[in-house]
Ligand binder design. Structure first.
Ligand code: SIN
Length: 277
């Protein structure tokens, strides 16, 4: 893989890699992909023809696989979680800004999503750079944020009273009785690049440690509004054969739900992470 094959998707996040066949990538290609992922937060490959076995084999070259506790597994392969919405469902998976697995003590490093069935239009995914969001803040505010930790959980999404459990996605989901709670610093360093990152997200961060929910929301809602600024985002328009890999520490993502009446099926493999500080 050389520089001519890499095109930025926006100023702060995302690169497309052209002319690389993932199923037969060399060890030096894999090292280059990992480096690019750490730098850009999202790496996209077009026109791939990855079988489910190829998807798993490629994921294993990136890192150990972690099985998602909630999404339905693909029949033949427990490593592959299905992110799906049928013609008759109204609610989609991932339809709000979030980062995967921040409710785990050791959040997943990233995910590799393969487009299997796409609507005729719509169904794009937005990504946002948490390095750019952090860098945009004043030094004094950054210093305050660095003294704080936040609580993350998935119980309000997937638990018995959870939003998704009680939506038209509920019947397909697992793990209703699981309990999750993790406390992470508001500002973390990327384990590979050392870059400082804003580490809260509107999907799973419920409050600041030691603060009430109301007190927390005043700060969290402000930070969410910073993370959502359009200049920190890029938009991925999927096509048959598109594969995307993102870093959950340095990005948020948002699966747009603008294709009611059509089916969308994505296969996701999540890659294990390392402790974050
Ligand atoms: C997800 O949030 O992992 C799903 C993203 C997508 O379906 O585009």
């Amino acid at each position: 893989m050389n520089q001519d094959q890499i095109r930025p998707m926006s100023r702060h996040v995302g690169s497309e890699v052209h002319g690389l066949r993932l199923a037969s990538a060399s060890d030096s290609d894999i090292a280059g992909i990992k480096h690019l992922l750490a730098e850009r937060g999202l790496v996209v490959f077009r026109d791939q023809d990855l079988s489910e076995e190829d998807h798993i084999a490629f994921a294993r070259r990136i890192g150990p696989i972690v099985v998602n506790n909630y999404f339905p597994a693909n029949g033949g392969h427990p490593e592959i979680a299905e992110v799906r919405k049928s013609e008759t469902q109204q609610v989609n998976i991932g339809g709000g800004w979030h980062t995967d697995h921040s409710y785990d003590q050791v959040p997943a490093m990233g995910s590799i999503l393969v487009a299997r069935e796409l609507p005729p239009s719509g169904g794009d995914t937005l990504f946002a750079s948490m390095a750019a969001a952090y860098d945009s803040l004043s030094d004094a505010f950054k210093a305050t944020l660095e003294t704080l930790r936040a609580v993350h959980t998935a119980d309000h999404i997937y638990g018995p009273d959870g939003f998704l459990s009680n939506s038209d996605q509920g019947a397909d989901l697992k793990g209703r009785d699981l309990k999750t709670r993790a406390v992470h610093p508001l500002v973390i360093r990327h384990p590979d690049t050392g870059q400082k990152l804003l580490y809260v997200n509107s999907g799973f961060t419920t409050h600041i440690e030691g603060w009430t929910r109301d007190e927390s929301l005043s700060l969290l809602n402000y930070l969410f509004s910073v993370g959502m600024r359009e200049e920190f985002q890029c938009r991925l328009q999927w096509a048959p054969g598109t594969v995307a890999m993102w870093d959950n520490r340095s990005t948020w993502h948002y699966a747009l739900n603008d294709y009611h009446g059509h089916r969308r099926l994505m296969h996701r493999i999540t890659i294990d992470g390392v402790p974050i500080h």
